[in-house]
Ligand binder design. Sequence first.
Ligand SMILES: Cc1ncc(C[n+]2csc(CCOP(=O)(O)OP(=O)(O)O)c2C)c(N)n1
Ligand code: SF4
Ligand SMILES: [Mg+2]
Length: 298
Amino acid sequence: MLNVLNDETVNPVEPFLRSDRMPHIWCPGCGIGTTVNSFARALIDSGIDLNTIALVSGIGCTGRVAGYVKLDSFHTTHGRAIPFATGMKLANPKLNVVVYSGDGDLSAIGGNHLIHAARRNIDLKVICVNNLIYAMTGGQTAPTTPGHATTSTNPYGTFEPAFNLPALVDAAGAVYVARWTTFHVRQLARSIGEAFKKKGFSFIEVISPCPTLYQRRNKMGDGLDTMKYYKEASKVKNGAPTSEVGLTLNGEIAVGKFVDRDRPDYQTMMRAQYVESLGERYIEVTGNAEPEMECACG
Ligand SMILES: Cc1ncc(C[n+]2csc(CCOP(=O)(O)OP(=O)(O)O)c2C)c(N)n1
Ligand code: SF4
Ligand SMILES: [Mg+2]
């Protein structure tokens, strides 16, 4: 891997991808691939042992990330990436478990898992690509779709109040909450690196274009027009109260690190409770960071 990273003729991100799966399914101008680039940069910069990473996706255009990264990765059922990831973390606490999925997968069908994983402070790094709709299935309204947006299920405009995801996970107890857009590639990579250093439930929202379904229906132009909108409409508001960072159809996008707090994670609390009640009878599951087989990333 190191030789490849020093080879200027190879894109440094390439070793993190399953090139045999290319071309990928994402449309021109889609933001999901950009987020993968930032994720790979974060892995390079943090120097994290790739053998310790398990990446879990649900279903959706974003869910396809699991199939393209050269890591131990799992493409699970719709809405179930977090419970799957929780099981892995409990069985092998030494793993760095990343959940990489879409806004619909994580906050609609998977919404309960999201809030309870945050409440329990399970040590997971959640990267939520928020394109404000269910893209893969045709651009239906999601819990994140801003009011007045046009979608395939609300052709005359949406009218439901949308979730403000940073506020939701903050209220539930997440220890790290940040939001960037696909314009903020470096900041996103830095945030992912920070999340790897935190113990507990970390949530990074990435606002990302779906030019094919969301931008087109809402007359917002193509992928490049959306980058210009993200650049102009974003305001860095580190530490902003998450109740104030909700999104609107064409308005300001508050970005930055909103929450960075410390509290004991689920397994620390579990250990303390069981040691108190069971004493020496408590046998802890410590896990194993050594691969039983060499991982695909070689
Ligand atoms: C149990 C179940 N219900 C519904 C679906 C259909 N479905 C697949 S992906 C998806 C929405 C995904 O939206 P999101 O997570 O936002 O991903 P995106 O495609 O926008 O990246 C839905 C409803 C499914 N696969 N399984
Ligand atoms: S439908 Fe939208 S989210 Fe899915 S790949 Fe195309 S642009 Fe990306
Ligand atoms: Mg979506």
